[in-house]
Design a protein around this ligand. Structure first.
Ligand code: 2P0
Length: 325
């Protein structure tokens, strides 16, 4: 029997990953850049044993259905190949997220699973190797191997596509992110389907790709200069552009809800009142607000006027993957 357990934190992209050029290897169309956060994480234990007749996947104490287990099994097949074993496994995962979060946890989930497998089968992967492995489970997971600011370099193949931490001189320690949890329903269009439909059909997609180098360069410069305004403006612009591509897909779709628009307006109003803060959104209606810690209280107060207390959750920069003994 071989066992391993790891914890990984979620990350939010400031420059979004939106589209694959290779579905099997999960190679992205563009580089993305994220901030790892401490508020939401996953702990996963994996046990490989000859007593198991098939793979089993438990999430928050409940055994998962065939579809969810299949995704894990496909990932475990890669791990078994690397570890030269045919043993079945039990995967026991716990998501630490506030109830009714409606937050996708594939980034922290697959990163934690990659770390647990590395430990269990003594694969000897370094962070780059772990990032490559996590990527095969879910693209955004490759960024959750590291804390702070992280760039996923798109690369050209399996070996060259992985994430790296970006030197930041602790700029992330000045920052906070407020999560507005606006919906806990299963989404209509998964991020995987949404990005595929956008790549294949959206007439705005090329415009998105053409503008990314400039956004990425500006965001990296903002990190180097510790320029919060430039960081926030670039992040917000990049998110709006990503969401714009979905409107031109066929059939068109959007992840925005009326509450998302309400939250975006609240951020713009805060800026008018002299509170620097900026929003971003992912493949769902939740809005995330980036703010310097010195203005966190003002942002939370404004959000608490609009939404219930349990919908407003703040986070700060989180760390990379940790092995749990
Ligand atoms: C991101 N998203 O950069 C972007 C922004 C959603 C919007 O990465 O198909 O769950 O497993 O590689 O990583 C969500 O997509 O997708 C995502 P797969 P993943 O965070």
């Amino acid at each position: 029997m071989f066992k391993g357990k790891a914890r990984a934190y979620t990350n939010i992209a400031l420059i979004k990953y939106w589209g694959k050029k290779d579905e099997e290897f999960i190679l992205p169309m563009n580089n993305s850049l994220s901030l790892t956060l401490d508020a939401f994480y996953t702990e996963t234990e994996v046990i490989f044993s000859d007593t198991f007749t098939k793979d089993e996947f438990y999430l928050d104490g409940e055994q998962q259905d065939e579809k969810a287990t299949k995704k894990i099994s496909t990932f475990l097949d890669l791990v078994r190949e690397k570890g030269q074993t045919t043993l079945n496994a039990q995967v026991i995962s716990q998501n630490f997220v506030p109830t009714a979060a409606g937050l996708a946890s594939s980034a922290s989930g697959l990163a934690a699973l990659a770390g647990a497998c590395n430990e269990a089968l003594q694969l000897g992967l370094d962070n780059a190797g772990l990032s490559r492995l996590a990527r095969r489970g879910s693209g955004s997971a490759c960024r959750s191997i590291y804390g702070g600011f992280v760039e996923w370099e798109k690369g050209v193949d399996d070996f060259t596509s992985y994430a790296k931490q970006i030197p930041s001189d602790h700029f992330e320690d000045d920052l906070a992110m407020v999560f507005l949890l606006l919906n806990d329903q299963q989404k209509d269009v998964s991020s995987r389907d949404g990005m595929r439909r956008t790549v294949e059909t959206s007439s705005f997609y090329q415009g998105w790709l053409d503008s990314l180098d400039a956004d990425l360069a500006q965001l990296k410069q903002a990190i180097t200069d510790k320029n919060f305004q430039s960081l926030g403006e670039t992040m917000e612009r990049n998110a709006l552009k990503m969401h714009g591509t979905t409107l031109a897909a066929n059939p068109p779709f959007t992840y925005w809800s009326p509450d998302s628009l309400k939250a975006m307006q609240a951020v713009r109003d805060l800026r008018k009142q002299g509170v620097p803060c900026y929003f971003t959104m992912d493949a769902g209606p939740n809005v995330k607000i980036l703010v310097e810690k010195k203005h966190l209280a003002a942002v939370k107060t404004a959000c608490n006027h609009l939404f219930s207390e349990k919908q407003v959750v703040s986070a700060q920069a989180g760390s990379g993957i940790t092995i749990i003994k």
